[in-house]
Design a protein around this ligand. Structure first.
Ligand code: SF4
Length: 419
C-alpha cells in the first residue's frame, strides 16, 4: 500500500484542491502518511511572488534531503510559470501545472490523464467547521502585474447544479460554513450562461448550510443585485473582500484594472448603507511602478475617506514577463515607507472596526480547536472571539454579547487569518 503526503503553499484555492486530492488518493487506496517516510510527496506550489517561488524551492530541497527515496511531484502555479524545474530541481520526478493538477492523481493512480484545461471541483474538509469550496478557476483579465492568470489558465467555472451538490456533500459532513473561492469568482458561470448572482440566489433557496462567505471579488463584478441579496439574506455573511490595489485612477489604468476609484467607492458605500455592520476589507499594492508621491497620497486619502474595515497590504513585487516588469520601478526605500504607512493605518482601521462592535450581540460560529484552553470563533462580520473552552459550543453558532474580554483585537494576535 503506497503512502503519500501533500504540502501546500499559497492561496485557499490550493488548500481546497490539496484536500480534494487527498480524498481522491485515499479513495484509490493510498494512505496519507504523517510521520512515516512517504512514497509520494506532492508539493502544491505557489508562484505569486518571488518570495513564494523561493519558499516552494526551499520546501522541495528540504523534502528531497529528508526523504531521498520519495517521488516528488510539484503541481500548481510554479510549474505553470517555470516548467523547467522538472529538469533543474533535484528530486522532482513530475510536474503538473494548475490547469492540469488533477492529472497528478491520474498519474499516481496509473489512470490515463485527461488532456486540456477544464474545471475541476474541490473543497477542503480538514477543518470540521468550515470548508473552502472552489467554484471557479483561472482568469481572463490581464492585470499588468499579475502572473496568476497565466499560471492558472483561462477562466472556467463549476455549474450551479454541481456547486449545490458539493454544498450538500459539505453539509453532510456537518460543516456550518462554506467559503466560495476562485481566482476571479465574480466571473463565475460565464461559459454556462450562468452568473454569480444566479448561483448565490440558488444557494439561498437551497438553504442547507447556515453560513456562506464569498472570497475576494473584483469591484466591477460585485453587482448591485449581489449586494442587495447579501443585505436581505440570513445565510450570506456580511463580509466583503474587494481588491482596490490603488486609489488613483492613473495607477489603476497602469495596472490595467477594470474599474475606477469612483466605482470602488460606490460599491463600498452601498454595502455600508445597507449593512452598516459589514466587514469590508480591501487589497492595496504599495509602490507600483511609476506610482508618484502624489499618486500614493491620492490613494492614502481615498482610503481614509472610506468606511473600510482593514487592508491587505502588498508591497509591489516584480514578476518576469509582465508588462509592469518593464515599467520604471519605485525605489525600494520609498516602496518600503509606503507599505509601512498602509500597514500602520490598516491596524488602526481594524482596531476601530472591532471597537465599533463592543456591546453588540452577534452570532459566532465556534471552531473545533482547543487552543490554550480557549475556544475560537468568528462572528458573521468576521470579528474574532475567544471564550473559555466549552465542548457544547464546538461547531455551533451562538449569539454572543461582544465585550473587550472576548473579542481578540487584531493587534493582540499577529496571526489574524484572512480569507
Ligand atoms: S483579476 Fe487581475 S490580479 Fe486578479 S487574477 Fe486576474 S489578472 Fe490577476
Amino acid at each position: 500500500m503506497k503512502t503519500f503526503a501533500i504540502h501546500t503553499l499559497g492561496c485557499k484555492l490550493n488548500f481546497s484542491e490539496s484536500s480534494n486530492m487527498a480524498r481522491l488518493l485515499s479513495d484509490a487506496g493510498f494512505v496519507r502518511s504523517s510521520n512515516e517516510t512517504p512514497d509520494i510527496l506532492i508539493v502544491n506550489s505557489c508562484a505569486v511572488t518571488a518570495t513564494a517561488v523561493k519558499k516552494s524551492r526551499a520546501l522541495v530541497t528540504r523534502l528531497h534531503r529528508q526523504f531521498p527515496d520519495a517521488e516528488i511531484i510539484v503541481i500548481g502555479c510554479l510549474p505553470a510559470l517555470h516548467p523547467e524545474i522538472l529538469q533543474q530541481w533535484e528530486g522532482v520526478s513530475a510536474v503538473f501545472d494548475s490547469a492540469n493538477k488533477t492529472q497528478a492523481v491520474d498519474y499516481i493512480t496509473g489512470k490515463t490523464p485527461v488532456k486540456g484545461a477544464r474545471f475541476v471541483s474541490a473543497y477542503s474538509s480538514g477543518d470540521r467547521t468550515r470548508s473552502f469550496l472552489k467554484i471557479q478557476d483561472g482568469c481572463d483579465y490581464h492585470c499588468s502585474y499579475c502572473t496568476v492568470a497565466k499560471a492558472r489558465g483561462e477562466s472556467r467555472s463549476d455549474t450551479i447544479a454541481h456547486v449545490l451538490t458539493q454544498i450538500e456533500n459539505i453539509a453532510r459532513l456537518d460543516m456550518k460554513e462554506v467559503i466560495l473561492t476562485g481566482v476571479n469568482v465574480g466571473d463565475f458561470g460565464k461559459e454556462h450562461g450562468e452568473t454569480l448572482f444566479m448561483l448565490l440566489q440558488s444557494i439561498e433557496k437551497q438553504n442547507i448550510i447556515p453560513r456562506i462567505r464569498l472570497s475576494s471579488i473584483e469591484p466591477n463584478l460585485l453587482t448591485n443585485p449581489i449586494i442587495d441579496l447579501f443585505a436581505e439574506s440570513s445565510i450570506l455573511m456580511p463580509h466583503f473582500h474587494i481588491p482596490l490595489q490603488s486609489g488613483c485612477n492613473r495607477v489603476l489604468s497602469l495596472m490595467r484594472r477594470r474599474y475606477s476609484r469612483e466605482l470602488f467607492k460606490e460599491k463600498v458605500l452601498k454595502i455600508k448603507s445597507l449593512m452598516p455592520h459589514a466587514c469590508v476589507a480591501a487589497d492595496v499594492i504599495a509602490g507600483f511602478p511609476q506610482e508618484s508621491n502624489e499618486d500614493f497620497n491620492e490613494t492614502f486619502l481615498f482610503i481614509k475617506s472610506l468606511p473600510i474595515s482593514y487592508l491587505h497590504v502588498f508591497s509591489y513585487s516584480r514578476r518576469e514577463n509582465t508588462p509592469a516588469a518593464d515599467m520604471p520601478p519605485v525605489p525600494y526605500p520609498v516602496k518600503y515607507d509606503r507599505t509601512q504607512l498602509l500597514l500602520q493605518y490598516s491596524k488602526m482601521l481594524h482596531a476601530t472596526f472591532y471597537r465599533e462592535h463592543i456591546d453588540e450581540t452577534r452570532p459566532v460560529l465556534f471552531e473545533s480547536e482547543n487552543t490554550r484552553g480557549l475556544l475560537q470563533g468568528f462572528t458573521d462580520n468576521y470579528l474574532r472571539v475567544n471564550i473559555p473552552y466549552d465542548e457544547k459550543r464546538v461547531n455551533c453558532i451562538s449569539n454572543m454579547k461582544l465585550s473587550r474580554e472576548i473579542l481578540v483585537f487584531p493587534e493582540e494576535d499577529g496571526q489574524f487569518p484572512g480569507l
